[in-house]
Design a protein. Structure first.
Ligand code: AMP
Length: 218
């Protein structure tokens, strides 16, 4: 199963990516996670990406495409892969087509998680991440038992810089302008499947797997 997840920031791509990847036993590749790991390591790539991310803007295509090309060349992607947060521009989508054509491993399906803007703002502004284990909590929907402390490991919870209100608005604008056109791009290619990404996490996962199974059969 070779799959791309698309959807606005806060649509739940990261959460669903984890469950879908477990279900199909494939690696889940998140460009956002790769950038955040590089920022934590203070690598050159991290330094380059940080300013764009903090502003809610996209990291330039040349940088992002290179990272994905290298990642897809690794052996663990042989049984398939799930891309979470890439591509985010039509140029990245075209580059992905080229990369996969060269490997003779075309995409099976592009799954769109649909959610409305007000819900996105509620989800992102309440999100808190553990500094130690990376577990993601939500102050309203999935609160930890003690404010600011992770129930999984006792680590300190923080709010991602790009989940602050002004940056959330900017990320939504960027999504509408640069990423939403991918929906048409993949629809034209006959690869798009869309599901409502509202309700419980389990329900959304069931809907996602059903849509992927249907796509794999067609
Ligand atoms: P995410 O964790 O997917 O929400 O990504 C967080 C941030 O990383 C985004 O707001 C962008 O600044 C950057 N980023 C992640 N993936 C990409 C991509 N495919 N192209 C450009 N920037 C990206």
């Amino acid at each position: 199963m070779r799959v791309v997840l698309v959807g606005a920031p806060g649509a739940g791509k990261g959460t669903q990516a984890k469950y879908i990847a477990e279900h199909y036993e494939i690696p889940s590749i998140s460009t956002g996670d790769i950038f955040r790991a590089n920022i934590a390591e203070q690598s050159d790539l991290g330094k380059k990406a940080k300013a764009y991310m903090d502003a809610g803007d996209l990291v330039p295509d040349e940088v992002t495409i290179g990272i994905v090309r290298d990642r897809l060349a690794q052996g663990d992607t042989e049984p398939g892969f799930l891309l979470d947060g890439f591509p985010r521009t039509v140029r990245q989508a075209e580059a992905l087509d080229d990369i996969l054509s060269a490997l003779d491993t075309p995409l099976d399906v592009v799954l769109e998680l649909q959610v409305d803007d007000d819900e996105v703002v509620r989800r992102l502004s309440g999100r808190r991440t553990c500094r130690t284990c990376g577990h993601v909590w939500h102050v309203e929907f999935d609160p930890p038992s003690r404010d600011g402390v992770c129930d999984e490991c006792g680590g300190e919870l923080f709010q991602r810089d790009d989940d602050l209100p002004d940056t959330i608005r900017r990320r939504l604008e960027v999504y509408t302008e640069q990423t939403a056109p991918l929906v048409g791009f993949y629809d034209d290619a006959g690869l798009l499947r869309s599901i409502a990404a509202e309700g419980s996490v389990d329900d959304i996962t069931t809907r996602a797997i059903d849509a992927l199974e249907l796509a794999a059969k067609s």
